[in-house]
Ligand binder design. Structure first.
Ligand SMILES: C[S@@+](CC[C@H](N)C(=O)[O-])C[C@H]1O[C@@H](n2cnc3c(N)ncnc32)[C@H](O)[C@@H]1O
Length: 251
C-alpha cells in the first residue's frame, strides 16, 4: 500500500481515529507527563511525525516548558481544523524524505503508532522504510535531543519471534488482494507491518540514538487459542537520545 492509499484510509476514517475530547480537554499523556515534561527546558521544540489530531502536541505546549510544536501527517482530515491549537501543522508523508525541517532543530521528536503504517511491498522493505524515517527523525534532533517511539509489538509463541507479524503482514496483503478480485470495493483495509521489541530497539539504535528508557504494556490475550496463535503483543514506548555527533545525514 503506497503513501497515498494510507492517507486516503485515514482521510476516510478520521472521525473514528480522532479523539472525542477537544484540543483543550486532554488531561494526561504518558509520553508528555512521564518523559517530555521532566526532560524539557523552557523554549524546547517538539515535532510529532504522524501527529493525527495533534492532541499530544497541544497538551505538551499547555503543560510543559516546550514552546514550539510542529506536527506532520499524511492525512489532511486527521489534522486539527484551521487555527485550532498552538502547534503548526503540515500535511505531508513521513516517507517523503528529507522532511521539510532543518537538521538539528528539535529537542524532541515523537513517532506514535505510525511506524507500522510505513509499508512497502514486503515486510523487509517496510522495515527499511521505517529505518529511513527514524534516521531522518534522529537527524532533525539537536545533539542530545530525544526520539520517542510508541508502537504495537508482537512476539510469536512458536518459531521465530517475527512469525506473528509476518503472518499479519502477508495475511493482510494477500487476503486484501483476493477480496478485491471478488469485489473491488471489498477489503479496503490497511496493510500494516508490526515489529518485535528487538526489531524496534534495533531500528532505533541504528538511527544514531541510544535507548535510555523503555516501557511495555502487555496486552492480555484471554483465550488460549489467541495466546497460541498470536503470542505476546502490546504497546511499547522507547525513549532514545541522539548521540552528540551525527554520522547519518549527507548534506
Ligand atoms: C494510529 S494514528 C496515530 C496518531 C497519533 N500519533 C497518536 O498517537 O494519536 C496514525 C497516524 O499516522 C498517520 N500516518 C500514516 N502514515 C503516514 C505517513 N506516511 N506519513 C505521515 N503520517 C502518516 C495517519 O494519518 C494517522 O494520523
Amino acid at each position: 500500500m503506497d503513501g497515498q492509499s494510507v492517507g486516503q484510509y485515514f482521510d476516510d476514517r478520521s472521525d473514528s481515529y480522532t479523539r472525542d475530547v477537544g484540543i483543550d480537554e486532554i488531561e494526561s499523556s504518558t509520553i508528555v507527563d512521564g518523559f517530555i515534561d521532566p526532560n524539557c527546558t523552557e523554549g524546547d521544540w517538539l515535532l510529532e511525525i504522524g501527529c493525527g489530531d495533534g492532541l499530544l502536541l497541544e497538551y505538551a505546549l499547555e503543560s510543559t516548558d516546550v514552546t514550539e510544536g510542529y506536527g506532520i501527517d499524511i492525512s489532511a482530515s486527521m489534522l486539527p481544523d484551521g487555527n485550532d491549537g498552538r502547534a503548526e501543522y503540515i500535511q505531508g508523508s513521513a516517507t517523503d524524505l528529507p522532511l521539510p525541517f532543518q537538521p538539528e532543530t528539535f529537542d524532541f521528536v515523537v513517532i506514535g503508532d505510525v511506524l507500522h503504517h510505513l509499508v512497502g511491498g514486503t515486510r523487509s522493505a517496510s522495515k527499511g522504510t521505517a529505518q529511513a524515517v527514524l534516521v531522518e527523525a534522529a537527524n532533525l534532533l539537536k545533539p542530545g535531543g530525544y526520539l520517542i517511539v510508541k508502537d504495537i509489538y508482537y512476539h510469536s509463541p512458536v518459531g521465530p519471534e517475527t512469525l506473528t507479524s509476518h503472518l499479519i503482514f502477508y495475511g493482510l496483503k494477500y487476503f486484501a488482494r483476493i477480496a478485491a478480485r471478488i469485489d473491488e470495493q471489498a477489503a479496503p483495509g490497511l496493510l500494516v507491518s508490526f515489529y518485535t521489541r528487538d526489531e524496534l530497539t534495533s531500528l532505533l539504535s541504528r538511527s544514531g540514538t541510544t535507548i535510555v528508557a523503555e516501557e511495555i504494556e502487555k496486552k492480555k490475550q484471554r483465550s488460549i487459542p489467541r495466546r497460541l496463535l498470536i503470542g505476546e503483543s502490546g504497546c511499547i514506548r522507547l525513549y532514545a537520545r541522539r548521540e552528540e555527533r551525527s554520522r547519518f545525514r549527507e548534506e
